[in-house]
Ligand binder design. Structure first.
Ligand code: BGC
Length: 253
């Protein structure tokens, strides 16, 4: 069984078929730069182009991972894409531009869920808190294998500011922080999450997690903290998987 996953990011919109038995991407990965400004119409057109390029058949479930909390596709808050998304509905945008029905979901939820289904947290019970460190900080809560969608814990306040503005991977690059300086901020962030949630496992994803040996060993937490395994594909894989679950009536986006 295959489904198609799309991951909308700040710099690129990518998509691929996913084999749902193995969690592997199959065939070509398609990548189109995110249009600027990334308005709903422009992003909708890009998704339409991508679905065309990949020749996604009419019966294929399609999931779209998006960098905002979504309630039935509706965007109520937007941190890092064009503000004109606020009040727009991702499902309707894609229906208009591509004539396709898609399953909309938050990008960190997609990535985190993929790690539980196929990656670093496969078979783990209890409360898994998956985080993505990128332009922003995304979070996914999975309890006993069930996703609690749309948590926005990248925006908790630490030292009086929105955590992601100081602790994301982008903040490390922007401020040219050394690993140890960045780790101090990560320490505060994960300690706060630990206090709030008492998780059984933290997963750290996002591109920078491939260099985890530079910062994860510097953290002192009671909760095990491990790098994600699915790398750049996590959003695509999770979107495809949840699209299939939605089709089966087991996930209600
Ligand atoms: C957004 C989240 C998103 C995360 C990662 C945050 O700024 O508010 O919805 O999951 O960035 O893209």
């Amino acid at each position: 069984m295959r489904a198609f996953g799309i991951d909308v990011g700040g710099s690129g919109i990518k998509g691929a078929y996913v084999n749902l038995e193995t969690g592997d991407c199959e065939g070509d990965r398609h990548l189109i730069p995110t249009p600027t400004p990334a308005t709903p119409a422009a992003v909708g057109e890009t998704i339409a182009k991508l679905l065309d390029q990949a020749e996604v058949s009419a019966q294929t479930p399609i999931g779209v991972a998006f960098p905002a909390p979504l309630r039935h596709g509706m965007v109520r808050f937007m941190a890092n894409l064009d503000q004109s998304w606020v009040g727009a509905n991702l499902t309707e945008v894609v229906r208009t531009s591509a004539g396709r029905s898609v399953v909309p979901l938050n990008d960190a939820d997609a990535a985190g869920y993929a790690e539980v289904a196929y990656g670093a947290a496969k078979g783990k019970g209890g409360l898994v808190v998956a985080t993505t460190l990128g332009t922003g900080i995304g979070t996914a809560l999975i309890h006993e294998g069930k996703l609690i969608p749309n948590t926005e814990l990248g925006h908790i306040e630490i030292d009086g500011v929105d955590a992601e503005t100081r602790t994301s991977a982008a903040a490390r690059t922007r401020e040219e922080l050394g690993w140890d300086q960045w780790a101090e901020r990560l320490q505060k962030y994960y300690s706060a999450l630990e206090l709030l949630l008492t998780p059984d496992l933290f997963i750290v994803g996002g591109g920078v997690s491939q260099r985890y040996e530079h910062f994860l060993p510097l953290l002192d937490l009671q909760t095990p903290i491990i790098p994600a395994q699915l790398r750049n594909d996590a959003g695509i894989v999770g979107a495809a998987y949840l699209a299939r679950l939605a089709q089966e009536g087991k996930f209600h986006p």
